[in-house]
Design a protein around this ligand. Sequence first.
Ligand code: C5P
Length: 239
Amino acid sequence: MIGRPQDSRQRIIVALDVADEAGLLRLVDVLHGRVGMFKIGKELFTSLGPRAISLVRDRGGEVFLDLKYHDIPNTVAGAVRSAARLGVSMLSVHASGGSGMLRAAVDAALEGASAPAIIAVTLLTSLGPADVDDLGFTGQPRDVVLRLAALGLSAGVDGLVTSPREVEPLRRKHGQDPLLVTPGVRLAGGAADDQARVATPKKAVRDGADYLVIGRPITRDPDPAAAADRIALELSEDY
Ligand code: C5P
């Protein structure tokens, strides 16, 4: 089971938001060994399948499989078993799948020799107060996030995906145990792109994030390796 990152490089999870093998190799060939993990999401997995995972693993990289499973418990358990066999270190599920589904995911992960960490997504950050209302959830988005986080953790998940804004309240409420994985990270003065709620890497870690999911600030940089090194250096000043 993947634990807490041991150094600032390991904190960085690079989002491989590319659609093909050439795009994947362009990044993984220069970034492996410089960052902690590579996130494979729906775009890349739908286009390349499990090959996306083996291309990363063959180069010594660790994989966060971000397919956000949300289905009946039996189906999610099967998907988690398959992901574990592919050698992923971390995978995501939707907390709103309910406690039965979450427990089934956790149990399935623990069956194999090397259990992937199960990370629960609470409420998608693209959803605002009106969406939350339409979905029939009560309270503000932040209340829903905190409720779904508690549900996930009581079902035994290893951690949560959380926006920079919720890192601090989640740490306060749930202590040091859960792994907190935070997207929306931007360097001071860098482009926010389409991210509405951003924090610098240093602020996210100071607030309690373990892992930072970083895409464009690294992948769109003309020199992705140098960009990753800059972020790791900025983070290492906190150690
Ligand atoms: O390019 P950027 O750094 O914005 O990429 C962030 C990554 O984290 C993307 O893969 C995006 O899908 C993911 N993510 C996010 N916000 C969430 C959950 C996931 O940006 N709430």
